[in-house]
Design a protein around this ligand. Sequence first.
Ligand SMILES: [Zn+2]
Length: 566
Amino acid sequence: MRMSRMFGKTLRQEPAEAELASHRLMLRAGMIYQVSSGVYSYMPLALRALRKIERIIREEIDAAGGQEVQMSALQPQELWDESGRSAAMGSELFKLRDRRERPLVLAPTHEELLTYMVKANVNSYRDLPLIIYQIQTKFRDEPRPRGGLIRVREFDMKDAYSFDVDAAGLDASYEAMAQAYRNIFSRCGLQTIEVEADSGAIGGKDSSEFILVADAGEDTIMLCPSADYAANAEKAVFVKPQQDAEPLLPLEEAHTPGVKTIDELCEYLDVPASKTLKAVFYVASGELLFVVIRGDLEVNEVKLSNALGGAPDLRLATPEEVRARGIAAGSASPVHLDGVKVIADDSVDMGSNFVAGANKDDYHLRNANHHRDFEADIVADIALAQEGYACQSCGAALTVRRGIEVGHIFKLGTRYSDVLDAHYPDENGAAHPIQMGCYGIGVGRLLGAAIEQNHDERGIALPAGIAPYDVSLVALNMQNDSVASAAEALYGELLDAGVDVLLDDRNESAGVKFNDADLIGLPIRLVVSLRNIREDVVEVKRRSSPDAESVAASEVVARVKAMLAG
Ligand SMILES: [Zn+2]
């Protein structure tokens, strides 16, 4: 490709609204065009990188036994009503009506439709197992689109689904897909960590995420240094610090003028936070929830939602909503509380004689004890893992990494086959539900995340396997005939050798060309100039290295091929 003809211009200026480096750099490199909030068109440079990622994905999923299909994005809403996900996904599901007022959705994922397609095509246990996949455009009405391609409302995804006769078959399909994912990310040249994950709205049992390590990522992962445990912080469990057992003391009131927070309470009464109970108020489905947790811990909203059996609209309550129920927010107590559902972290049973609120301004209670003084409606682990907490496998202190989720695999089991009635007959004709798994990779997000992981202050530096081209061929002073003919000759030789090359043949200064080469950041940069021609050399430089070397003109193509192969 010749840059003089390329659709898409590089920008000198920093785009004002872009916070993430990948977003900023993709706009500056002319890779993406913003259509509206969270909706982008891909320009040629982005599409080339995406096609390379897709090719790696196809090869690995095919090798794992996948068969590619393409399913419709436009679907009758009935499909989603039947599985219960119209409600579960809430306002993230794009809904529309056709000219006959029939309700439709723009699909954010394809479990429902594919389950119907499998029902229509699986007549016997002999038709299983199946792994079906597609690379296709999906829609999700994100409340907060952000970060360029990282969180968008229209996105490309590789989604795969496995169908097996039993749980052992599902285990095998799941492991084959997990291995395909490891291969994909490794061939893309990207550093990812596989972690235990929460299943969220999709439902199901086991699930793992592949997190691309990047400081700007919005996912927090907890890692054990002994490598025996890694989990998304949404799901991570840990050993909660235990307290010595004490005989239960009588409940008594303590005067605590002006004390509202746990910190103030600990200081005023000289007790550690782990000897207090903290109240946090949430609202789900219009109902006020009293959440109580030991004062040294924080609430994990994903675990809380799961403890409630799934609460997609869970949110913190406003002070007005708390006051409206006659509760003193700074001194709220589960003791003597009527008509409000109480959800307790299991840490309330790890210790005794806690300081809790008194439901009365300026007073607290000493020696509050679960079961004796209050009874929670639900007790579950709803605590957020934090750096330094003990690993449940080995006790070592957990560390925190930031990252971006680029792949997610789930064992769905019979979650969809039960509700959508997807059964197969065994040898004796007896019907059994099909065991399902689902496996996603956000392809556009993977490109954004790859840039998040691979860039510097000068621009993008994608790994060779997924960069839009392999080589920037920079010709300095194209108006000079000998430069033009040397550059054209080398361009032709590289193309003949099967190297993807971007020739900068524009009438721009050396400074502009070098800046753009660094910004687009192809793995190898070649420079053809008058001086190099006189010495019969070409300057060769890796994007990742500060140093250039001079290579004899006759050996350049072989050198480039060797560098790309290495
Ligand atoms: Zn450990």
